[in-house]
Design a protein around this ligand. Structure first.
Ligand SMILES: NC(=O)c1ccc[n+]([C@@H]2O[C@H](COP(=O)([O-])OP(=O)(O)OC[C@H]3O[C@@H](n4cnc5c(N)ncnc54)[C@H](O)[C@@H]3O)[C@@H](O)[C@H]2O)c1
Length: 244
């Protein structure tokens, strides 16, 4: 897909959580195209074709993001990081009556906690250099109030709050923190929840009559990661084709 080239992203060290599929896989390819050194963390097996993607380099790290020690260890092995993209999440459906304290902890660990822990790990080096970009992936789901996603939506609402708090705490050191909010993006996992009729209904409700693909989200994330967004922090950037 055609995309702007941001020369300052070349050779930048970029970490993408959940880069093994869906939007994350699109982000891995997009940053590699920019000539960045891309590191992606996932519980899925690495995808072969990505080893030589684009002009940059791509490195896979097997890491369960709900394991705080494993996450800290992996990030420290990678070294100083210029751009952190907190992308991984899990949108399993659930009902109020099935939520236990353990399930709450597990859902927050996979959808919220690792974003803060990863930011904590990368912040010291960004502070030393006086620059850095952190981009969190939010979701349109809680804005729409979709059913059967209570804990996912609770976590996603929290991500918008933590984006503003982190931007405030880190802005004095030149670190920008933003949130990208996708609408309904066509990925392999989403086909579990949405059939062709549901997709058509979503397109009808959107102001733009297109399906959103990972590269549409990647275009926004690239911009926010680059120096072109030097004055952008603490806000949400929507890629929803005008669904909300
Ligand atoms: N696809 C959409 O329509 C959509 C809509 C709104 C928001 N989003 C958000 O965009 C982001 C990407 O969504 P997606 O649709 O590509 O998701 P996806 O489920 O297709 O991919 C998520 C990736 O994260 C990985 N992951 C999950 N749990 C992990 C763990 N414990 N440790 C390591 N890796 C783990 C998965 O293996 C997977 O590769 C998420 O934050 C999601 O909430 C997506």
């Amino acid at each position: 897909m055609p995309s702007a080239i941001y020369p300052d992203l070349e050779h930048k060290r970029v970490v993408i959580t959940g880069g093994g599929s869906g939007i994350g896989a699109g982000l891995v390819e997009a940053f590699a195209e920019q000539g960045a050194e891309v590191h992606y963390l996932d519980i899925l097996e690495p995808v072969e074709r990505r080893s030589d993607a684009g002009r940059g380099s791509v490195h896979f790290h097997a890491c369960d993001l709900t394991d705080a020690k494993a996450l800290a260890g992996t990030l420290s092995e990678i070294g100083d990081i210029d751009v952190l993209i907190n992308n991984a999440a899990n949108d399993d459906r659930h009902r109020l009556e099935d939520i236990t304290p353990e399930y709450w902890d597990e859902r927050m660990a996979v959808n919220l906690r690792h974003l803060v822990l990863a930011a904590r790990e990368v912040a010291p080096a960004m502070r030393r250099r006086g620059s850095g970009a952190i981009i969190n992936l939010g979701s349109i789901s809680w804005h729409l109030g979709q059913p059967d996603l209570l804990l996912y939506e609770t976590a996603k609402a929290g991500i918008e709050g933590l984006t503003r708090a982190l931007a405030s705490d880190l802005g004095g050191d030149g670190i920008r923190v933003n949130c990208v909010i996708p609408g309904n993006v066509k990925t392999p996992r989403q086909s579990r929840w949405y059939g062709p009729e549901d997709e058509a209904q979503i397109v009808t409700e959107q102001k733009l009559k297109i399906r959103i693909h990972p590269h549409h989200v990647a275009a926004m994330v690239l911009f926010l990661a680059s120096d072109a967004a030097a004055a952008c922090t603490a806000h949400n950037y929507w890629v929803d084709a005008g669904w909300l």
